[in-house]
Ligand binder design. Structure first.
Ligand code: GRF
Length: 213
């Protein structure tokens, strides 16, 4: 689910086309009809839907429609990729442990918007990104994967965000493939990565066994 430019979405779609991928991106939903990511998804051959939150009388009605469309597409797993709308408890609980987000900071530090400006303002020495399962509170949930980059004294927010975005593009497909390969478990709010021999796979997996995202 996206709201804007969709670089993470594009990166995930491209990653899903690699022979060793276990993910199949079946649908991209945007809550903004002009989101640039929509065209990118279409060009890459992925179905898109526009579900504008402003056209619904309540958040719950909007989110019921999201779930209905996702389930009609037989989606097994939902990724937020720059989806700029808080999701309510009903939606989050419905997709419990089947809903992930990427955030451009090293959570639990710097939740929320304008992350890079606030990181620089705070004088933090490191920033980065976090892929995490979604829980009802904003930018909270079991952490799957993080990566960090130093914050340089001369960094602008744009320079820092560009470096963090490169990390995002490495982390998100990696985390999703771990999930799709069944290598992730969650116990007491903490994610564990289990050993697997999937690295030895030399043949592309059967398309039918892919996780529908
Ligand atoms: C990314 O920085 C992501 O971490 C945040 O929103 C931004 C979306 O960028 N949640 P894009 O639309 O994927 O390019």
């Amino acid at each position: 689910m996206i709201s804007g430019r969709g670089s993470n979405m594009e990166n995930l779609i491209r990653a899903s086309y690699k022979p060793d991928s276990d993910i199949d991106i079946v649908l991209v939903i945007s809550n903004y009809k002009n989101a640039p990511g929509l065209k990118i998804a279409q060009e890459l051959g992925v179905e898109t839907q526009i579900i504008e939150h402003g056209k619904f009388e309540s958040r719950n009605a909007f989110e019921l429609q999201l779930t209905s469309v996702l389930e009609n597409a037989r989606t097994e797993f939902v990724c937020l990729a720059g989806f700029m709308r808080m999701l309510g408890t009903n939606f989050v609980n419905h997709w419990h442990n089947r809903l992930v987000n990427i955030h451009p900071s090293v959570l639990p530090a710097f939740k929320g918007l304008n992350t890079h400006e606030r990181v620089i303002e705070a004088g933090a020495h490191y920033s980065g990104c976090t892929v995490h399962f979604v829980r009802p509170n904003m930018d909270e949930g079991p952490i799957i994967l993080q990566a960090i980059t130093p914050v340089r004294s001369e960094d602008s927010a744009i320079e820092l965000s560009n470096r963090v975005l490169k990390l995002e593009h490495e982390c998100y497909p990696l985390a999703l493939n771990w999930i799709a390969k069944g290598q992730i478990s969650i116990a007491r709010g903490t994610v564990r990565l289990t050993e697997s021999d999937t690295h030895n796979i030399t043949e592309p997996p059967d398309q039918s066994s892919k996780k529908r995202i």
